[in-house]
Design a protein around this ligand. Sequence first.
Ligand SMILES: CC(C)(COP(=O)(O)OP(=O)(O)OC[C@H]1O[C@@H](n2cnc3c(N)ncnc32)[C@H](O)[C@@H]1OP(=O)(O)O)[C@@H](O)C(=O)NCCC(=O)NCCS
Length: 145
Amino acid sequence: MEKEDLPYVGAIERMSFTNPWPETSFLGEIENDSISFPFVVVYRPTEQVIGYIIYWKIGDEAQISNVSVHPEFRGRGVGESVIRQILELMVKQGVRYVVLEVRPSNQVARALYHKLGFEVIGVRKNYYKNPSENALVMGRILEGK
Ligand SMILES: CC(C)(COP(=O)(O)OP(=O)(O)OC[C@H]1O[C@@H](n2cnc3c(N)ncnc32)[C@H](O)[C@@H]1OP(=O)(O)O)[C@@H](O)C(=O)NCCC(=O)NCCS
């Protein structure tokens, strides 16, 4: 992800979430390059930004902090492919454990994470706003090479 991607990332974010991150938050991720790894997904035929993923890495732990695919490109394997790719990158970076948070009502994301080997490991009460909802914390161990 680079600064010029931010209008496209921000637009996808606003189409995806009721409580979207402002574009300044994504800029902060780009600038916080000691722990944050933000990527965009580009659709090659048109060079369109169709998704993004951000994770934080601290030591041998990582947290997927945001992931989204443009609504018109969902259901085609993009989300699964991009998470598989970043899990491979994490293994190369020495990450052993990955966590993320998800709304219990987000059945699509939960199904995707479950398919990728994540399990529910905890609950954060009233974590989300608009609408208020708990967060499920999901995690998985990565097999190191
Ligand atoms: C969650 C999200 C990133 C998934 O991306 P995607 O590209 O649509 O997902 P994929 O096409 O790669 O699907 C992978 C798996 O996700 C699940 N999935 C995808 N669409 C689904 C649907 N409509 N219903 C149920 N499960 C679904 C399935 O497990 C699917 O595997 P399968 O095809 O073998 O059934 C996308 O829906 C999205 O951007 N949602 C809005 C933002 C969001 O909720 N982000 C996660 C916040 S924690």
